[in-house]
Design a protein around this ligand. Structure first.
Ligand code: NDP
Ligand code: DXP
Ligand code: MN
Length: 401
């Protein structure tokens, strides 16, 4: 692939060169929010690569607006459709999983990792290996292969910027020169749409009810993870990789308003929190501007009308996913990879109507019980553990339905 000169639309802000940017998972909730922010400061950025999996409609529209040099559709079957839609438009078009990974090796200044699920791992790792700055929304890659990703960040001199709202909050308030003074990190959890439902009720919730997050507008998979609270379990594992703390230093507290996005408690009792309205453009903007802080016209917190902020302990009986994630973290080795794989299969099964809501955690638990956990050192071990976890979870689902 040849490296093109800056697109005519990407005229630099006075005295600066546009930053070259790739957005992987451009058609998703995070991808669209990222492009919204880029649209606001269009001249500061030159979009190099956009990728999506199936949504050719939106991807083609994004290509026409942001004029990347390369566009990749993950699903090969949609290649011709994308080509037809972009007929005559000056952009290189590719398709398939390998093309997505190859595109992640294109040199850029800033890479948004916003593919959902373990499918984001190989492209994110490829981007890290170019030594670029990676804004990481794709938490599943850290859950599956956190050690390998972080050692690659060191080896290739890359920079990893947390985008997940809780980890971005901690990143904003954590003084890394004072790590020995940190008592604990406190991750806040909204509790999702079923915070006050009984377990009996939760057995019968519909797909639509589970997708209706009370505070955040997100993609389907993470919305279901929030409803089971597996999202907070994945975030616990994510935190242990991103910050130099053990799992026992990461506390989880339910905070239904999602106003405090997370906190750091220091040894002198001081607690530093990052707050804001629930809008992912705030953490994305922070990562996009880092190390500077750019202006972003978010809806502001109005403390006069906010009312009270509540905090509760998570309920381990109604939300067993949290326990499963903590156990997988403690078990170590490939346990988090198996947990993630089983969860992805179970969430897809629930969305397809094959299993009930409470069976999501059941599938994860049974898959972990029947799968051998290995110590790993190579990324290929992770890919094969991911496959094994998926196969085992599919088998478990067959026994349930
Ligand atoms: N949404 C949010 O507010 C937050 C999200 N995150 C994390 O960010 C990531 C993205 O979440 P979100 O934006 O909600 O997800 P969405 O489902 O909205 O978007 C996912 C994106 O990934 C693409 N994609 C899906 N499967 C594949 C695949 N197999 N190969 C390549 N691309 C694929 C989709 O393409 P297409 O649509 O074209 O099929 C889409 O562009 C997740 O890891 C999530 O946990 C973290 C914090 C908050
Ligand atoms: C916006 C974001 O970061 C999500 O991961 C969010 O945390 C989901 O809300 P829950 O707290 O309900 O999981
Ligand atoms: Mn989060």
């Amino acid at each position: 692939m040849n490296i093109a000169t800056p697109h005519p639309l990407a005229v630099a802000e006075e005295g600066t060169t546009p930053r070259k940017i790739s957005v992987f998972g451009a058609t998703g909730s995070i991808g669209v929010s990222t492009l919204n922010l880029i649209r606001e400061r269009r001249s500061a950025f030159q979009v190099e690569v956009l990728t999506a999996h199936r949504n050719v409609d939106l991807l083609a529209e994004q290509v026409r607006e942001f004029c990347p040099r390369l566009v990749v559709i993950g699903d090969d079957a949609r290649f011709q459709d994308l080509k037809d839609r972009l007929d005559g438009f000056p952009v290189e078009i590719a398709a398939g999983r390998e093309a997505v990974i190859a595109a992640a090796r294109e040199p850029v200044d800033w890479f948004m990792s916003s593919i959902v699920g373990a499918a984001g791992l190989a492209p994110t790792l490829a981007a890290i290996q170019t030594g670029t700055t990676v804004a990481l929304a794709n938490k599943e890659s850290l859950v599956c292969a956190g050690d390998i990703m972080l050692s690659n960040v060191q080896k290739y001199g890359a920079t990893l910027l947390p985008v997940d709202s809780e980890h971005n909050a901690i990143f904003q308030v954590l003084d890394d020169t004072q790590m020995d003074k940190v008592e604990r990190l406190i991750l806040t959890a909204s509790g999702g749409p079923f915070l006050d439902r009984s377990r009996a009720d939760m057995a019968n919730v519909t797909r639509e009810q589970a997708l209706a997050h009370p505070n955040w507008d997100m993609g389907a998979k993470i919305s279901i993870d929030s409803a089971t609270m597996m999202n907070k379990g994945l975030e616990l594992i994510e935190a242990v990789h991103l910050f130099p703390v053990g799992g026992d230093q990461v506390d989880i507290i339910v905070h239904p308003q999602s106003v405090i996005h997370s906190m750091v408690e220091y040894r002198d009792g001081s607690v530093l929190a990052q707050m804001g309205t629930p809008d992912m453009r705030t953490p994305i903007s922070y990562a996009l501007g880092w190390p500077e802080r750019h202006a972003f016209k978010s809806e502001r917190l109005d403390f006069r009308t906010l009312g009270s902020l509540e905090f509760r302990d998570p309920d381990p009986v109604r939300f067993p996913a949290l326990r499963l994630a903590r156990e997988a973290l403690e078990a170590g080795g490939s346990a988090p990879t198996i947990l993630n794989a089983a969860n992805e299969v179970a969430v897809a099964g629930f969305l397809a109507g094959d299993i009930g809501f409470l069976q999501i955690a059941e599938v994860v638990e049974r898959t972990l019980q029947k799968t051998e956990i290995i110590e790993y050192s190579e990324i290929d071990d992770i890919y094969s553990q991911d496959r094994k976890g998926r196969e085992a979870a599919l088998q478990v689902i067959k026994t349930l339905s």
